[in-house]
Design a protein around this ligand. Structure first.
Ligand SMILES: [Zn+2]
Length: 286
């Protein structure tokens, strides 16, 4: 899954190349791309006719285009979804599932997804600018609405593993497996420590690190729209060299030189340093 920095790259590309343009025609191919849109692909295409894109927005890993009606077009990138801006006469990608033409006769917007885990759907925009279908997702660490002290208070009350809390999108959004591992490595905390066993300053430090590591990922690769062609899929290729924990099993910890380990947690791989991040003494319920 693309994580927050990769989704932000796509959002910036859409902001630069699509916002302010008027859609004259939307073509939806196949039914899977519209399966999250209850009324089906024809309805989706019809409702995307004659609308202006007013904003490209993101909360956590959720991405949407605000339309001048009262709706947002939610873009689920899934595992391999891409938003491409291309000349209308460019060869059609084999896995292109949606195409948008604009009144300026400029480049098309295309949604391409090899595996079709992604898709498009319309959702009403709330007065606060958040689509209804995204409203249950908590603000991410880059939003003005993000209240870290409140997140820390809620975490402190939980008897769940701290990594589980970091991945809980209703608590704080946008932190995926890669950046959770990086934040925990930087904070020198094992992901299976219970939130309630950690001090509030430690919880705040972990969240600060999560923000910083994602900000650094954005700083390294989040500027070029071309980059999304290769970078929107899965783990961020451009940031791999800077990772200290994720994917580092069997290599030396960049802090202490100990061989890094891989453990299973929540059906995913977790990477940590056995010395910098000792396991909790008793195996915590997760
Ligand atoms: Zn270490």
């Amino acid at each position: 899954m693309p994580e927050l920095p990769e989704v932000e790259v796509v959002r910036r590309g859409l902001e630069d190349h699509v916002v302010g343009r008027h859609v004259t025609r939307a073509r939806i191919t196949g039914v899977r791309v519209a399966r999250r849109h209850d009324a089906g692909p024809e309805d989706l295409a019809a409702r995307l006719h004659d609308v202006t894109v007013t904003a490209a927005s993101r909360r956590g890993k959720y991405l949407w285009l605000a339309l001048d009606g009262e709706d947002a077009l939610i873009v689920h990138l899934g595992m391999s979804g891409q938003m491409l801006v291309e000349p209308a006469d460019a060869p059609l990608e084999k896995h292109c599932h949606a195409r948008f033409d604009f009144s300026d006769d400029g480049p098309q917007l295309r949604f391409v997804d090899q595996r079709t885990f992604g898709g498009l759907a319309l959702s009403p925009l709330r007065p606060d600018g958040i689509p209804e279908s995204v409203a249950h997702i908590a603000p991410d660490p880059f939003e003005p609405a993000y209240d870290q002290a409140a997140v820390v208070r809620r975490m402190k009350q939980r008897d769940s593993a701290v990594k589980r809390a970091l991945l809980d999108q209703t608590l704080v959004s946008g932190i995926g497996n890669i950046y959770a591992d990086e934040a925990l490595w930087r904070a020198q905390v094992h992901g299976e420590r219970l939130c309630s066993s950690l001090t509030k300053p430690t919880l705040a430090r972990i969240l600060d690190h999560a923000h910083d590591v994602m900000a650094e990922a954005l700083g390294q690769g989040g500027t070029s729209f071309d980059a999304l062609y290769v970078n929107v899929n899965g783990a961020s290729g451009y940031f791999d060299r800077s990772l200290h924990a994720y994917g580092r099993a069997g290599t030396q910890c960049d802090r202490c030189g100990t061989i890094m380990r891989r453990e299973q947690f929540m059906n995913r791989s977790s990477f940590s340093c056995p010395v910098c991040q000792p396991r909790p003494r008793r195996r915590s319920p997760s």
